[in-house]
Design a protein around this ligand. Sequence first.
Ligand code: GLV
Ligand code: MN
Ligand code: MN
Length: 423
Amino acid sequence: MTALDTERLGRRAEAMLEELAAISEEPDRLTRRFLTPEHKRAAHLVGQWMAEAGMETAEDALGTVCGHYAKEGETPGANVVPRLLIGSHIDTVINAGKYDGMLGVVAGILTVEHFRDAGRRFPFAVDVLAFGDEEGVRFPTVLSSSAALAGRFEERWLAGADRDGVTLEEAMRGYGLDPAAIPTAAMRKDEALAYVEIHIEQGPVLEHDDQPLGVVTSIAGQNRTRVTVSGMAGHAGTVPMPLRQDALLAASEMMLAAEAIARTHPEAAMVATVGQTKVMPGAINVIPDRVEFVLDLRAASDPPRLAALREFVTRSEALAAARGCAVAFDTYHDCPTAPCAPWVADGLAESLTSLGLPAPRLVSGAGHDGQSIAHLTDFAMLFVRCRGGISHNPLESATVEDMGLAVAALIRFVEQFDPQRRA
Ligand code: GLV
Ligand code: MN
Ligand code: MN
């Protein structure tokens, strides 16, 4: 094993993240949603880096950039080549930080570059994947690009529209992708050996415990439920308060009910968030007659989360009725808790040990592509400490030192990776 210059790796990662962060839909903040021209520019840059690092590159039917580092003695065009998958995402939330997702992609590229420079190949290929729809902030889909890779893309997702009425199908065509080709994005189960992802923690645990890196044990389950509340529009000056059917007031009570329900389940680390609302008709002097919002509900185990969702529905129906309103629910995303595979997580822990680092374990409250890849192959994740646990915010930050250690850990993981350990 050669010594690793972790400081250089960290600096390289930081420089690449800086370059990616400059590609934004908005001039003064980082916003790069799935299938936008900026997503395409970021995908192009990542593909260029992958090629420079010694990978063959391709774009799959959902726009995922796939870099392939051939196994030793690989015959070009060989049908089934066993691959270790390394990945993360290059889409962002609105007003994002520059580490969420991008760090995992950059770490994979730097890892392959290290082996190319060392002239090293393995008995398996290494594929680096840059997914485009992890955040799910544009269309009513979440993880659709990794779902396609896992062969779990659902045709009905194509009709889902963004805020401007552009459907996923239309956006795919605009990006230059063919929806009919989606099945070709699916990888064969016998090709994938395991999936690993490096990601900033997005929470405060590692910083609190003074640890640079941690090994993830599982990803919290999540649902996203669109709630549509219907009332009656009316004049803001003439309709007396008791005679109103105000959809926004009913929706507000529902949001507070969601908060109250989540607060009663600290044992399941339950969290409820409403980060997007649409108020119609949206005029200052008109009583709102229709409100749409999405409840994002997560917990470390599934039964309390599903019970909480049922309770939310029952309470919301009563709250709507009390105001003469109607309410409808559409749970378009319901992802169970995804446990990491112990043999892959142990491999990551051993790579930390080989660097002289402790290997604390922690749960991920944030969602990740591993949740859909779990249907294809075993997965595990390595978390990197981030300042103040802040994420989904431009203040997101990780140090050069910690990122260098994370890339070094990934290099050691690949060197020590033994597919025979799979049960
Ligand atoms: C993605 O970051 C999510 O957890 O929503
Ligand atoms: Mn992410
Ligand atoms: Mn995110």
